[in-house]
Write a protein that binds this ligand. Sequence first.
Ligand code: KG4
Ligand code: ZN
Length: 345
Amino acid sequence: MHTILAIETSCDETAVAILRGNELLASEVASQREHEAYGGVVPEVASRNHLLHAPRLLDDAVKKAGIALKQVDAFAATSGPGLASSLMIGASIAKGLALGFSKPYLAINHLEGHLLSPFFVASASSRCATHGQDARATIEPNVSLIVSGGHTLLVEVRGVADYRVMGRTVDDAAGEAFDKVAKMLGLGYPGGPEVERRALSGNATRFEFPRSMLDSGDHNFSFSGLKTAVRYQLAKLGTISDETRGDLCASFQRAVVEVLVKKTLRAARQSKTKLVTVSGGVSCNRALRDQMSEACNRARVRLLTAVPDLCTDNAAMIAFAASLRFQAGFESELTQEIDPNLALA
Ligand code: KG4
Ligand code: ZN
């Protein structure tokens, strides 16, 4: 049974997790609220905060896990994609620990962390049967939708470390569109949860927003035109009431969800998979989860979503991916650099 310590610092969340076998011993996350004032992540502020938070989170995680660092079998960190100055902090700490304790280092792709995260829940729920063993979740072949603030991708997953990107956004990520629309409407950051809350009482059919690239014939997405359409609508309306704000949120969310659901199901059909997985921050969205679930039921395809705690950035998903890779015999060189544009496959 292996113990993995993982650090995630790709954007504005500092996170440390310790996974022993199938058991998540600790998962600490510090979210940076400082970026709220800017309506987006400021890289210099993010990396300074990672430096401030990481040592404390590391201490807390080790205490919570009730282990000593020398008991860790491998140290892992997110090595990309993400902000260079942020990635560097987590990767340097993990490499330093690996070097200091003469243990292997694993560089993990942030996107791999997200796309495997729905299986982590599956393995945790069967923990009783497998207690005392390594995280041995079977990664069934699936079509995976990763929807976050930085990424929107459809990936054909054949197994651990066996991925084929089917499509991606050609401009904004879905979560980025939520954040930008929230900013336009004077709502807080991150915008996704706030837009979702307002959408609950809004009329989703009041405004007809574009479903960009719905019929593009490929598996790519585009959300920049939708964001601009909301901006034009807002300019036309002038001062708006709270009711109209809710209608804008609901109509916008409906357009995003419709495109994500339809294109995911089309990709699943094309790859002939019987399993769809959804991960990343936007997969916290209830409307997306519900509509994806209905569409999968109709298509007789199973749906696996990450539990809410594992949707937004965290280190548990990085530890889980590292654990599966470690068991498969992967190990990274300490000379491996971080890569802000790291590709998935
Ligand atoms: O996965 P994540 O924490 O970071 C990245 O890897 O980008 O995702 C953060 C994104 C933000 O854009 C946030 O607005 C969005 O996920 N998000 C949501 C919801 N909760 C978080 N979007 C829509 N509805 C939500 N409930
Ligand atoms: Zn992420």
